[in-house]
Design a protein around this ligand. Structure first.
Ligand SMILES: *[C@@H]1O[C@H](CO)[C@@H](O)[C@H](O)[C@H]1NC(C)=O
Ligand SMILES: *[C@@H]1O[C@H](CO)[C@@H](O)[C@H](O)[C@H]1NC(C)=O
Ligand SMILES: *[C@@H]1O[C@H](CO)[C@@H](O)[C@H](O)[C@H]1NC(C)=O
Ligand SMILES: *[C@@H]1O[C@H](CO)[C@@H](O)[C@H](O)[C@H]1NC(C)=O
Ligand SMILES: *[C@@H]1O[C@H](CO)[C@@H](O)[C@H](O)[C@H]1NC(C)=O
Length: 328
C-alpha cells in the first residue's frame, strides 16, 4: 500500500506534470505590511508563556511592530524594560499577529525573513483553523531556546499521519521524528520533520541573511521548502512562482496518509514569540542554570528576539478562480 501511495506522490512531484498557474492574492510587504493582520491582545493563555501580547497601537508605540529603514516589517519582544524581580508575575511585552484572511487547499504561502527570534524563547510562524485541533494546525517555523534546526509539524484529530517511512532523500530532505499528527499522542509532538540545516533556525539563520519558507497545499498534500537566501529559485519572488520546478521539499505530507479535506479547514497565519511556557520552559536546562523564568527580567536577554520580514505572500491556484457553468 505504502509503495503505491508513494509512487503516486512522487509522480505528482515530477516536472513533467502540467504546471499549475498561481496568482498572487495577498502581498504583505513594505509600508502596508501590518494592514492585513489583527494583533492579539492579552496573556499567552494556552502556552502559559511569560509574555503579554500588545494591541496594535501599543505595539507600534513601543516600537515592537514597525517598518524599518530597509522597508522590512519588524515584529519583536520588548528588550528595553527591566523587570521587577520582586514580581513573580512579571511578563514581557511581545507581539502576536493573525492574518485577516485564511488560506486553503490550492494555496502557496511564502514567508521571507532576514532574521527570526532566537535566545531563550519560543518563536513561531504557523497557521491554525477555527477550532483546535479539529481544524488542523501547520507549524512552518518553530523551535525553542538555543536549538539550531527548524521543525515542521502538523497537529490534528486522530487519523492523519506522515508516512511511517522516513522520507529523507526520497520525497523530502528532512528527518522524520514523529509520524502521528494526532494531538493526543507523543505529548502533542505532531507529525514532525526536522530540517537538516543548522541555518534554518536561530543564529545560523541570521548568519546567512535568512531565506524563504514556502508552503504548498494542493490535492497531493502539503509540501514545505526552506531556501537559504543564496538558493532561492529565481521564479519564487516573482508574480509567477512555479513550485513544480523547485527541488525536493524539506517536509512533505502526501494526501494518501492524511485526508486534508477532513482534518484541515481554512488556515489563519500567525507570527508570535513567547518566553518559557510549555515547550520552551520544559526544554530549558544545562548548561543554563536556574529556571527559564529567571531570565525574563533582564531585557538584554532579548536583543535577538525579533522577526525581520521583507514579505509574506499568498498565491492561489488560478484554475480555482475560473468561473464554471453548470454542466461544464
Ligand atoms: C486556547 O485554547 C482553547 C481550547 O483549544 C481555545 O478555545 C482558545 O481559543 C485558545 N485561546 C487562544 C488565545 O488561543
Ligand atoms: C504572566 O503570565 C503567566 C503565564 O501565562 C500568568 O500565569 C500570569 O498571571 C501573568 N501575569 C500577569 C501579571 O498577568
Ligand atoms: C488534544 O485535543 C483535545 C481536544 O480535542 C484536548 O482535550 C487535549 O487536551 C489535547 N491534548 C494535548 C496533549 O494537547
Ligand atoms: C509586493 O509589493 C511590493 C511593495 O510593497 C512590491 O515591491 C513587490 O513587487 C510586490 N510583489 C509582487 C510579486 O508583485
Ligand atoms: C534591542 O534589540 C535591538 C535589535 O537587536 C537592538 O538594535 C537594540 O540595540 C536593543 N536595545 C537595547 C537597549 O539594547
Amino acid at each position: 500500500m505504502h509503495i503505491l501511495f508513494l509512487s503516486g506522490f512522487l509522480a505528482a512531484l515530477s516536472p513533467y506534470v502540467h504546471a499549475v498557474q498561481y496568482v498572487m492574492t495577498q502581498n504583505y510587504s513594505g509600508a502596508n505590511f501590518f494592514d492585513g493582520w489583527n494583533f492579539y491582545n492579552g496573556q499567552d493563555v494556552n502556552n502559559t508563556g511569560r509574555v503579554i501580547y500588545q494591541d496594535k497601537a501599543a505595539a507600534m508605540q513601543q516600537q515592537l511592530a514597525y517598518i524599518n529603514s530597509a522597508g522590512n516589517a519588524v515584529i519583536k519582544v520588548d528588550n528595553t524594560t527591566i523587570g521587577d524581580q520582586s514580581n513573580p508575575e512579571f511578563n514581557r511585552s511581545s507581539v502576536k499577529i493573525l492574518s485577516q484572511v485564511t488560506y486553503s487547499s490550492g494555496s502557496l504561502v511564502l514567508m521571507d525573513a532576514v532574521h527570526m527570534p532566537f535566545g531563550v524563547l519560543w518563536p513561531a510562524f504557523w497557521s491554525v483553523g477555527p477550532v483546535w485541533p479539529d481544524d488542523g494546525e501547520i507549524d512552518i517555523v518553530e523551535n525553542v531556546n538555543m536549538r539550531t534546526n527548524n521543525q515542521y509539524s502538523l497537529h490534528t484529530l486522530d487519523g492523519c499521519r506522515h508516512p511511517e517511512v522516513d522520507g529523507q532523500d526520497t520525497f523530502e530532505t528532512g528527518t522524520l521524528t514523529n509520524a502521528d499528527c494526532f494531538n493526543q499522542t507523543s505529548y502533542n509532538t505532531g507529525c514532525l520533520v526536522r530540517d537538516p540545516s543548522e541555518n534554518s533556525y536561530g543564529s545560523g539563520f541570521a548568519s546567512i541573511g535568512g531565506g524563504v519558507f514556502a508552503l504548498l497545499w494542493d490535492a497531493s498534500g502539503i509540501k514545505i521548502w526552506f531556501f537559504q537566501r543564496s538558493a532561492i529559485p529565481a521564479d519564487l519572488p516573482t508574480a509567477n512562482p512555479n513550485p513544480s520546478s523547485w527541488p525536493m521539499p524539506v517536509a512533505a505530507y502526501p494526501a494518501a496518509s492524511c485526508d486534508f479535506n477532513k482534518f484541515f479547514s481554512p488556515q489563519t497565519l500567525i507570527f508570535q514569540t513567547t518566553i518559557c511556557g510549555g515547550f520552551a520552559g520544559s526544554n530549558y536546562g544545562p548548561p543554563c542554570t536556574g529556571e527559564c523564568e529567571d531570565l525574563v527580567y533582564n531585557p538584554a536577554n532579548y536583543n535577538d528576539a525579533y522577526f525581520e520580514i521583507p514579505y509574506v505572500r499568498i498565491f492561489t491556484d488560478s484554475s480555482l478562480c475560473v468561473i464554471r457553468f453548470p454542466g461544464e
